[in-house]
Write a protein that binds this ligand. Sequence first.
Ligand SMILES: [Zn+2]
Length: 147
Amino acid sequence: MMAEEQARYRARLEDAAADLRRRITAGEDAEQPVTPDRAIGRLTRVEAMQAQQMALALRRRHEQRLQRIERALGLIAQGAYGVCTRCGDDIAPARLDAAPDTFLCVGCGGVDARRRPAQRAAGGRRARTKATEPSAAIAASTLKPGR
Ligand SMILES: [Zn+2]
């Protein structure tokens, strides 16, 4: 990949990381446990607790995406960005443009990693090898709560 392309992806990834860090910080207040004496305005306590759970779930999603972005930035620093982490082929530029935090080429099935976790997690050996890819592990864990 050309140096200027890498710089462009790095800028996008750094912007996205900064945005996620802002969102995580901004959400911290909503994540606080709901205490009986907490001033919650018109919300009932149950509603306040539901809002807290949603804030925590949102934070987890932000943190997972931030981890992917930081991993992508690490690959850029190593000069290994844009290369499939499984087969070593180049990842199509259109794919990186759509999602700069992509680590698998289309051929390795990463295209639907986040959209169709059910299919990727199905099957024994296949699921285990995919679990070495962090996004697949995340997809599998969200698929089966309690594991
Ligand atoms: Zn590949």
